[in-house]
Design a protein around this ligand. Structure first.
Ligand code: HEM
Length: 142
């Protein structure tokens, strides 16, 4: 079980590295002057590769979590409200990940006009989600 939990934490950390860095690229894209097509193309290429890699890392992160829950039965049964609350936040993380994909497609199509300030605030969301999830799973407050 500890091997599975170790792999769960390693892939979670890798997944979140991508979720932290991708919106950073969006901030830079929102600040690129309209005539800098080479820089824009370079940033879009980086974002596309990073999004693909981050998506690949999300799969084992979630599979090992499900294995701990459904395989080893951790968090099952009464008195495990922490896992239910954690799963709600995990769904928000998955929604955020999907949202990054939608924004990337819009940026590629040149349809997105959001400011770099909007993306800086957007970039804060995974920090708060990670904080909430880790406190729930380590402290298990309810
Ligand atoms: C399908 C989604 C997920 C499920 C079913 C799941 C389930 C679990 C379970 C059952 C444990 C073992 C808890 C224990 O031994 O006390 C665990 C550990 C952990 N999970 Fe998840 N998890 C999921 C996603 C995530 C995500 C997205 C994060 C981080 C953002 C995360 C962070 C952690 C951490 C840090 C631990 C280690 C806690 C400890 O050792 O005390 N998990 N997870």
């Amino acid at each position: 079980m500890l091997w599975v939990k170790s792999l769960h934490i390693v892939f979670i950390a890798s997944w979140f590295a991508g979720l932290f860095y991708l919106p950073r690229i969006f901030v830079n894209l929102a600040m690129v002057p309209a005539d800098s097509t080479a820089e824009r193309a370079r940033l879009l290429l980086m974002a596309r590769k990073l999004f693909r890699f981050t998506t690949i890392l999300a799969v084992p992160a979630l599979v090992f979590g499900l294995w701990l829950w459904l395989g080893y039965g951790i968090g099952r049964g009464p008195g495990n409200g922490w896992l239910h609350a954690k799963l709600v936040l995990v769904l928000l993380v998955i929604g955020y990940h999907h949202g990054c994909g939608v924004l990337l497609r819009r940026l590629e199509a040149g349809e997105d006009r959001r400011s770099h300030r909007w993306y800086r605030w957007f970039n804060e969301a995974p920090v708060l989600l990670l904080l909430g999830i880790v406190v729930l799973v380590v402290v298990k407050p309810f």
